[in-house]
Ligand binder design. Structure first.
Ligand code: ADE
Length: 230
């Protein structure tokens, strides 16, 4: 069973429209839509914004629906000058950038007493998502690399530069690493697929609404093509 999480209603609305919905299950104030997408059994859900909402949602997908794959879709701010608005980033791993126990000697991002710094994506899913996207969105550039997440919409050059120097990440958003963390604890596969909606700097709030809709369209097209291949 494949779970698909988007943080905002806009991000999952298009997927829900393309689905044959079989049931809607309510749990933890969330609505889980189970049914078929491109012929495959899936559960599509809007998690709400931020790491806690995302982690709660992912754990319910595991416990109630027995998902063994989670795809997190949505939009993100670019952390690399080469990665432009409209491009797609597929995660190789994810880090919670606002975890900071550096007082005790841990690098920023490291969760104390965990055996990993970053939460890896499933290598086969990453490869598959890249191949599928090159066919589904031939005009869109696809990148793979680290994604960082925090409970912060990044819209200043200072914060952006800090994230770049600490994490060498491709983009930043607010849920992916929490979902990858939950997948890691439950030993299931996951991948984060994000379309770039802004540059995560002073221009972010201006660009954001204009590019959000196009970014969502690209990630939905990719998910619809990817699901039957899993
Ligand atoms: N999602 C889309 N753009 C973002 C940004 N700049 N920071 C955090 N989350 C985002």
């Amino acid at each position: 069973m494949i779970g698909i999480i988007g943080a905002m209603e806009d991000e999952v609305a298009e997927l829900k429209k393309s689905m044959e919905i079989e049931e809607v299950v309510s749990a933890a104030s969330l609505s889980f839509c189970r049914g078929k997408l491109s012929g495959k059994e899936v559960v599509v859900v809007r998690s709400g914004i931020g790491k806690v909402n995302a982690a709660v949602c992912a754990q319910i997908l595991v416990d109630r629906f027995g998902v063994d794959v989670i795809i997190n879709t949505g939009i993100a701010g670019s952390l690399d000058a080469a990665i432009d608005i409209g491009d797609i980033v597929i995660s190789t791993d994810a880090v919670e950038h606002d975890m900071d126990a550096s007082t005790f000697g841990d690098p920023v991002g490291q969760i104390p007493q965990m055996d990993t710094f970053s939460f890896p994506a499933d290598e086969k899913l990453v490869k598959l998502a890249k191949e599928v996207n090159e066919k589904a969105n031939p005009d869109i550039r696809t990148w793979t690399g680290r994604i960082v997440s925090g409970d912060q919409f990044v819209s200043s050059s200072e914060k952006k530069e800090q994230l770049i120097s600490l994490f060498d990440a491709k983009c930043t958003e607010m849920e992916g690493a929490a979902i990858a963390h939950t997948a890691y604890l439950n030993k299931i596969s996951c991948v984060i697929i994000r379309a770039i909606s802004d540059k995560a700097d002073n221009s972010a709030s201006v660009d954001y609404p204009a590019f959000e809709a196009a970014a969502i369209r690209h990630s939905v097209r990719l998910i619809e093509a990817l699901v039957p291949e899993i």
